[in-house]
Design a protein around this ligand. Structure first.
Ligand code: NAP
Length: 488
């Protein structure tokens, strides 16, 4: 990509707040800078919303709610389907924009735009299939009519690691169900969401149905909206720490709450697995987004008889991945999001090594501008190393040996998180036994990627509440109403 292409996509994106179908500056005119994580340099600045702007966005969503709920489902579906097509038409520019603000390689950014668009197609198809029921009461003297209605205005908060897909995963079902919303992307990566606002508007979304505010410090702007009682739902994707805080705020007005939080995925390789498949699965589960994914393989448990061979093959594969600015051709590993993320990864690796881990490849930050860390494989990792407890959020594979099925299930479940786990084995009964015993909302069997817009994504334990995607994804945005009819 040339510097001219980069300048063009940056110039084309709106950098103001999107409220009631219009682009507006922040009430106090302030802005904040967006940096390129590959260089640390400023790309552009966007409006920094105030409390007043947040309130205006929620007021617009509240005002638009009755008409949006009454809009025929087919028309809401058409907006989503048209947006799906526009996302694909503009995939090159949108991918470049995402790479610039977030750092992931262009091929991955393109993959994320296609994945994000798929949520719109999936929920366009769901919008026209919202069901109800009609039933005779057991005593015969009444009928039960059951219908489903939009929950009402929603607050949607998303993280920086999947700047487009985490937004469409919430907006798709909200629009399909007839809920209006205020969406707040992460301050590191607001540009993709601002670009999406333009697309939704062009696709015919009515004014006020989706509003977008960008802000550096979300707490003071979002808390009054959560506590106002005007919104009926919060859907949050981000860390467990912040999710817990928001759940407390939601308690006051009993908001419907969906939380997609952190993970600490175990990735289990039994000695009977196809080792090449398991290595490819581990690279996919570890390296997507440079390891900055809630679904990233955090603890890789390998049966002791094959751990040396698995470690050798994985290290060879990881060491061959080209590191660089995501806009460069052939790059497979971009920078981490910021200096704090880089420091955390360095600290976790140093701690593991101090506790006896051996470095098979990587292990030292890359010199130069930007926040680069090389693909790293550690083996002989002690279970009490900090990286077994916390999300690494970086390209570091940590290998731990195990002996028996019972041992590895106990170790895998020994965490407060429960988002996803991965199991590699060619023994069908063992695969199902272990999948059933793992305390996670999702399991990848002989595969390193589980995310699919048509499957229910979500966690148990402290990884979250509710599901996004799949047939149940729209339920999070619908209330069930029962109408009792006397039929004497
Ligand atoms: P984060 O610090 O929790 O922030 C997530 C979002 O919440 C950002 O937009 C952030 O904006 C906002 N936020 C933070 N404090 C807030 C507050 N008091 N009130 C309202 N909003 C607030 O997480 P992150 O570092 O961006 O993302 C990484 C985390 O997300 C990881 O833990 C990862 O596992 C998780 N994640 C989970 C899933 C899933 O589906 N389960 C998917 C992707 C990521 P500000 O920074 O401006 O405060």
């Amino acid at each position: 990509m040339s510097e001219r292409d980069e300048a063009c996509v940056l110039q084309a994106v709106e950098k103001r707040l999107f409220i009631d179908g219009k682009w507006v500056d922040a009430a106090d005119g302030r802005t904040f800078d967006i940096a390129d994580p590959a260089t640390g340099e400023t790309l552009c600045s966007v409006a920094n919303a105030t409390v007043v702007d947040g309130q205006a966005a929620l007021d617009a969503a509240v005002a638009a709610q009755p008409d949006f709920a009454a809009m025929p489902p087919r028309q809401r579906a058409d907006v989503l389907m048209q947006s799906f097509h526009l996302l694909h038409e503009r995939i090159d520019d949108l991918a470049l924009l995402m790479t610039l603000e977030m750092g992931k390689p262009l091929a991955e950014a393109r993959g994320e735009i296609a994945y994000a668009a798929e949520f719109f197609r999936h929920f366009a198809e769901e919008a026209v299939r919202i069901d109800g029921g009609y039933q005779t009461a057991p005593h015969g003297g009444a009928r039960f009519l059951v219908t489903r209605q939009p929950v009402g205005p929603c607050l949607l908060i998303t993280p920086w690691n999947f700047p487009m897909a985490m937004g469409t995963r919430k907006l798709g079902p909200a629009i399909a169900a007839g809920c209006t919303s205020v969406i707040k992307p992460a301050p590191q990566t607001p540009l993709s969401m601002l670009a999406l606002m333009g697309i939704l508007s062009e696709a015919g979304l009515p004014a006020g149905a989706v509003n977008c505010i960008t802000v550096t410090d979300a707490g003071p702007v979002m808390e009054p909206l959560i506590r106002s009682g005007l919104a009926r739902k919060l859907s949050f994707t981000g860390s467990t720490t912040v999710g817990r805080q928001l759940l407390k705020q939601c308690a006051e007005k009993i908001l419907r709450t969906s939380l997609e939080l952190g993970g600490n995925a175990p990735f289990i390789v039994f000695s009977d697995a196809d080792l090449d498949e398991a290595v490819e699965g581990a690279v996919a589960a570890k390296m997507r987004n440079m390891g900055q994914a809630c679904t990233a393989a955090n603890r890789i448990y390998v049966q002791s008889s094959v751990i040396d061979e698995f470690g050798r093959r994985l290290a060879e594969r990881m060491a061959a991945l080209p590191v660089g600015r995501g806009t460069q051709p052939g790059v497979a590993v971009g920078p981490l999001i910021d200096a704090a993320a880089l420091r955390k990864v360095q600290m976790l690796v140093a701690d593991a090594v101090e506790r006896g881990a051996a470095v098979l490849t990587g292990g030292e930050a890359v010199d130069g501008g930007g926040y680069f860390y090389p693909p790293t494989v550690l083996t002989n990792v002690s279970p009490d190393a900090a990286l077994c407890e916390q999300e690494i959020f970086g390209p570091v594979a940590s290998l731990i040996a195990f002996e028996t099925e019972a041992d590895v299930i106990a170790a895998a479940n020994d965490t407060e998180y429960g988002l996803v786990s991965y199991v590699f084995t060619n023994d069908l009964r063992r695969a199902l036994r272990v999948a059933e015993a793992l305390e996670t909302g999702m399991v990848g069997l002989n595969q390193g990627v589980v995310s699919n817009p048509s499957a229910p994504f979500g966690g148990v334990k402290q990884s979250g509440l509710g599901r996004e995607g799949g047939a149940v994804g729209i339920d999070e945005f619908l209330e069930t109403k029962y109408i009792g009819i006397a039929m004497p």
